[in-house]
Design a protein around this ligand. Structure first.
Ligand code: GCB
Length: 603
């Protein structure tokens, strides 16, 4: 009994799971914890379990050996077998595989520690925000557990008001990127499982009641009404005035926050200059809650489908896109604004008005740059290949990742499509899983479109775009690799595709590998000429696909993949990039560029 009580007390003293996500972090009062952190590689989780595998953070008084205690020997005799301050350092954010040569192939546990001072004034609150950690994070501040978070590509935060001290705080994070079948993504992916604190770490200072989150977007089906909500964290009875002003639109809306902390609003307006690739207009928006101001830059546009067309601001649009992984050309996770600009400028040079950010939510910098540059975005969650569709925990994990992505990005005009999955095998359980995700998406954001990258069936030589889940999606997207994984390039033009859906169709992937600088005949695999010919032939076929509304070839830049092992050619890279990992454009880049120039003229 005593044991049980202690266990219960301990669980409640752990501060719990990630709390409500705070949005629009870049425009808040923040202090960065990026920079130099100490790390300890811990393959046996020695800092987490005792020799009999008791988990230290579940013990009443965790042993000194628990790494989150950041303990230092008090005298020359004392046995302590770790020391963060004498351990090597790494620059955060980053992934360990590309930063530390001995960790190139490492999948497992690494501990990180950052010390900092913070003078939190009375009545203020402090939150610790992580842009993303791949995959599982156990987070401790000053020896207290803040929580455990899973999911490698979405943000989370913890309140640390009662724990932070003016001097010598120590923040310790155990990161585990071991793959498991039940995780999202699951064990098998065609991309590198970069481990680490891969995005910014930030302290957010707030008042005791503050604006936690909001949506400010055009109302569904109404291009002259701005609608949404403002949500206050810890509303105090006396404070309930909120306003939204958009000076350029002469909007100065005032409202009262309800007792549930939420204000829902609708603001009729005229003369909006609508956001589009040609006019990426962002308005300065100021949200005021009892004198606390939060700024944002928000674009307004409508996106909808009508029969087999995608309509942007009421006009049909063809999505001239490209797939992008969140990776720097030289390997390693991309995160910064500079990384985003490099990738998106290449997409622009290709002639794109749209990008597919595969296969997981990318960092916030790239989404905000896309907003500014006028690139429409497909955002995706890592329901990739064979996740466990029958596992309730897997579903909950997926739903949490989707919720976090939508919460972070729902005010970005660039995002037009939420994608639910990529190349998942059809089954009843998978259909239910995806249908539920679509319903959840629509409940959080009914203004954008839903899709998923599907597979097709070949029936008597005809490509059938006929996945049951298409019924639940606004856009039918499918991947196909004619001339690479099968099919005859010579006959591409004759290839027939059919679909029962009268909905817009996107070819969400096509392509083939070429090693930049490797030349030969057009029928010699891995040469630039082979890839070029593959693009020429595929495009002839693609033009005839019914209801075609967009394309995103696979992929902008070669990327690291543990599945691509051919020596001298792949060397650990998927070579389907139109640009090599040295930044060299391959011949197929120009084929695609010409095709997009032609498509643009047809508009
Ligand atoms: C696909 C996947 C993508 C792979 C690509 C390939 O269908 O969606 O993640 O990298 O094919 O290169 O095979």
């Amino acid at each position: 009994m005593k044991k049980l009580l202690t266990a219960l007390l301990l669980t409640s003293s752990v501060l719990g799971f990630a709390q409500n996500l705070i949005s629009n972090v870049p425009n808040r009062n923040t202090t960065s914890l990026n920079g130099t952190w100490n790390y300890i590689i811990d393959p046996y989780q020695t800092g987490f379990y005792s020799f009999h595998m008791d988990q230290f953070d579940k013990q009443e008084k965790p042993a000194k050996g628990a790494f989150f205690n950041n303990y230092h020997a008090q005298n020359k005799q004392e046995l302590v077998e770790y020391d963060f301050d004498k351990s090597p350092t790494i620059n955060i954010p980053s992934d360990w595989n590309s930063q530390i040569s001995e960790l190139k192939y490492y999948e497992g546990n690494v501990w990180f520690k950052k010390s900092f001072d913070y003078n939190l004034k009375e009545k203020k609150r402090l939150f610790l925000y992580f842009g993303a950690i791949n995959y599982k994070a156990d987070v401790y501040l000053n020896g207290k557990k803040l929580g455990t978070h899973v999911g490698g590509f979405t943000p989370f935060n913890y309140e640390v008001t009662s724990i932070v001290k003016p001097k010598d705080n120590y923040l310790v994070v155990k990161v585990d990127n071991t793959r498991h079948k039940e995780d999202v993504p699951t064990i098998n992916t065609d991309w590198w499982n970069y481990g680490g604190i891969t995005r910014d770490v930030t302290l957010i200072e707030e008042e005791s009641s503050f604006i936690e989150d909001y949506t400010i977007q055009l109302k569904k089906g109404n291009a002259n009404t701005i609608s949404g909500f403002i949500k206050i964290n810890n509303l105090e009875a006396s404070q309930n005035n909120a306003s939204i002003s958009i000076p350029e639109l002469k909007i100065n809306y005032k409202g009262k926050i309800g007792s549930d902390g939420v204000l829902n609003f609708e603001i009729p307006t005229k003369k909006i200059s609508y956001w589009s690739p040609e006019n990426p207009k962002l308005y300065d928006v100021i949200i005021d809650f009892n004198g606390q101001k939060l700024n944002d830059k928000i674009g307004f546009r409508t996106i909808e489908t009508k029969e087999d067309k995608i309509l942007l601001n009421g006009k049909p649009v063809f999505l001239r896109g490209i797939c992008i992984h969140e990776e720097n050309a030289k390997g390693g996770r991309a995160n910064s604004q500079e990384d985003a600009l490099r990738l998106l400028n290449w997409a622009k040079e290709l002639g794109c008005n749209y990008v597919r950010l595969a296969h997981y939510p990318h960092n916030e910098n790239i989404i905000r740059e896309a907003d500014k540059m006028g690139l429409m975005v497909w955002e995706e969650i890592p329901v990739y290949w064979t996740v466990e569709f029958t596992n309730e925990n897997t579903y909950q994990n997926t739903k949490d990742q989707l919720t976090a992505a939508i919460t972070r990005d729902k005010n970005r005009a660039s995002i037009i499509i939420w994608s639910m999955a990529n190349e998942t095998p059809v089954s009843d359980a998978r259909n239910t899983f995806i249908k539920n995700l679509v319903a959840h998406t629509k409940s959080l954001d009914n203004t954008r479109l839903t899709s998923a990258a599907l597979l097709t069936l070949q029936v008597d030589g005809v490509g059938m775009i006929d996945d049951e889940i298409g019924k639940s999606l606004d856009i039918i997207a499918f991947n196909q690799y004619l001339g690479w994984y099968g099919g005859n390039l010579e006959e591409a033009e004759k290839k027939v595709w059919k679909t029962p859906y009268n909905k817009p169709v996107i070819v969400s992937e096509f392509g083939g590998d070429a090693k930049a600088g490797f030349h030969g005949e057009k029928n010699e695999r891995w040469t630039e000429e082979y890839q070029e010919y593959l693009y020429i032939q595929n495009l002839k076929m693609i033009e005839k696909i019914p209801h075609l509304s967009g394309t995103t070839p696979w992929i902008l830049v070669d990327f690291r993949s543990p599945k691509r092992l051919l020596p001298g050619i792949q060397d650990g890279y998927n070579r389907k990039g139109l640009i090599s990992n040295d930044g060299e454009k391959k011949k197929a880049f120009y084929i695609m560029q010409d095709w997009y120039a032609k498509k643009k003229k047809e508009e």
